[in-house]
Write a protein that binds this ligand. Structure first.
Ligand SMILES: [Zn+2]
Length: 258
């Protein structure tokens, strides 16, 4: 054992950082907020789902309102858009998370088999992977040794696939979350067009939709750490164009049929 290894071993026994490291150089890590990245991602997915609900339902009700003044027809179309959209979102999410999970499970299985079959080779595999990730040979060996003693499977999954077994999302919960995200978003334009007086309902619905888009745009930009201005402008202009297009089509169609 080299002198350096002896020092590392002694430090480890003492349980703490080596003396030559000044602890005040390190930012404090809040254990509670560690893992927030995954939660933020889910929150962002929810905001995007709500966005879809707002735009697509608003487009349908404004389009139908362009064709008819019959409140019942507008309402029926809006409810159909809400339910159909929410189910289709949930299904899409379920399928995509399921296939991602299948891939992750396959990776877990194969790593588990490799580990059982030839732990020695797997240890070298790990050292190699740490070296490629930029660690020096000595550090790579030390890290691989320690991680192999605690949880070799987790170490291999993390370095080869970036998977944390405990972080694997269930397809059901992902599907249900997107169902509700879309549903909540879709309720806004639907409520606006149903509750507003007939003479102003299209304008009220458009205003509520654009306001809601501005808010979701600002929230998702904030969650992503970007400045909200651009996201808000993009969404409001995009949403405005979508509504203008469906209203125009609805009006043309309505006039042609009437
Ligand atoms: Zn491996």
């Amino acid at each position: 054992m080299s002198n350096k290894e002896k020092t590392i071993e002694a430090d480890a026994k003492r349980g703490g950082a080596p003396d030559y490291l000044d602890q005040s150089d390190f930012p404090e890590v809040d254990v509670e907020t560690h893992g927030m990245g995954e939660k933020l991602n889910r929150l962002r997915a929810a905001v995007l789902g709500a966005n879809d609900g707002i735009v697509s339902t608003a487009a349908v009700v404004v389009g139908v309102a362009g064709a008819t003044t019959n409140s019942r027809e507008i309402f029926t179309a809006g409810v159909a858009a809400l339910v159909g959209g929410a189910i289709s979102m949930a299904l899409g999410e379920y399928v995509s998370v399921s296939s991602q999970r299948d891939a992750e499970k396959a990776a877990v299985d194969s790593e588990r088999k490799l580990q059982a079959k030839d732990p020695e080779a797997e240890f070298h595999h790990l050292v190699q992977a740490y070296k490629i990730s930029g660690l020096s040979s000595e550090t790579a060996v030390a890290v691989a040794r320690e991680r192999t003693q605690t949880d070799p499977l987790a170490a291999h999954l993390e370095i080869h696939y970036g998977i944390d077994e405990e972080d694997i999302v269930s397809p059901w919960s992902a599907g249900i979350a997107s169902f509700f995200a879309f549903f909540v978003g879709a309720l806004l334009p639907l409520a606006a067009i149903i509750l507003a007086p007939a003479a102003t309902r299209v304008i009220v619905c458009v205003a509520v939709t654009l306001l809601a888009l501005a808010i979701t745009g600002a929230i998702s930009a904030k969650l992503g750490g970007a400045k909200p201005g651009r996201a808000v402008v993009r969404l409001v202009i995009g949403g405005g164009l979508a509504l203008a297009a469906t209203f125009a089509v609805g009006s043309l169609f309505g006039t042609a049929v009437a």
